[in-house]
Design a binder for this molecule. Structure first.
Ligand SMILES: [Zn+2]
Ligand SMILES: [Zn+2]
Length: 240
């Protein structure tokens, strides 16, 4: 399983970090986890085409996690090659309403020639071509979920969240946890910092942790992180 980190930033635009989004490639499937602003362009930069994407999983509907969904869907209809293969769009509570509302503003994103599969999964399991997608609710907003993708090895995406027992459960012994750690120290409702993330890591015992969703507070951070943690950077690629 290959994980390409497309962005490690937040809603604050910076030149060094695009908003948090990831590409998981396994069993020949290209699965996007979150699709914030400029992620479609970032995909092209890394050598992927719009129609390579088989599935988009949304941790929640905040702009920094979904803004380029309309860009992607529009390109599926009107790109150089129109899309014919199905696209899975999976998210938490209210996914269908979210899509419907978006399509009422941008009617051109409704699929022309392909099937768009809308799957609401706020707590449960879904088999996608023998790849197991598991979700659990986390503490950020109503629809927020953490997502686990398993294909022999497993990777967990925390999405945005504050301390969460559910996240500990989902990330237990996982090979890789890509965790939001918005701030090194600052305490902000609905987000993690190093201290609260550490509590999750101690209990969940993931083999490796990449910190992501990094606010500019991190630019001034001079501390050293201990195993199994690494600060995420845009463009990082991991094989698990
Ligand atoms: Zn966010
Ligand atoms: Zn958010």
């Amino acid at each position: 399983m290959k994980i390409k980190i497309l962005g490690t930033g937040t809603s604050i635009p910076t030149l060094t970090r695009l908003s948090s989004s990831y590409l998981v490639i396994t069993k020949g499937k290209h699965i996007l986890v979150d699709i914030g602003p400029s992620v479609v362009r970032r995909l092209l930069e890394f050598g992927y085409a719009v129609n390579d994407i088989d599935a988009v999983l949304l941790t929640h509907f905040h702009v920094d996690h979904t803004a380029d969904l309309s860009t992607l869907l529009f390109a599926c209809n009107y790109g150089i090659e129109p899309r014919y293969k199905p696209l899975l769009l999976l998210g938490g509570l209210g996914l269908k309403r979210f899509f419907k509302t978006m399509a009422s503003i941008y009617p051109w994103i409704k699929p022309n020639y392909y099937e768009l599969i809308l799957k609401t999964l706020s707590h449960g399991e879904y088999f996608y071509d023998n790849i197991l997608i598991k979700t659990i609710r986390v503490n950020h907003n109503r629809e927020s979920i953490a997502i686990k993708i398993t294909d022999r090895k497993s990777v967990v995406f925390s999405g945005d969240t504050s301390f969460s027992k559910n996240l500990i459960k989902l990330a237990h012994n996982t090979d890789l946890l890509i965790a939001e750690c918005s701030f090194p120290e600052r305490v902000v409702k609905g987000h993690l910092n190093l201290k609260s993330l550490q509590k999750i890591i101690e209990k969940a015992k993931p083999k490796k942790v990449i910190l992501s969703h990094l606010y500019p507070d991190w630019d001034a951070y001079r501390g050293v992180l201990n195993e199994p943690c690494l600060i995420g950077e845009d463009g990082m690629e991991l094989e698990i």
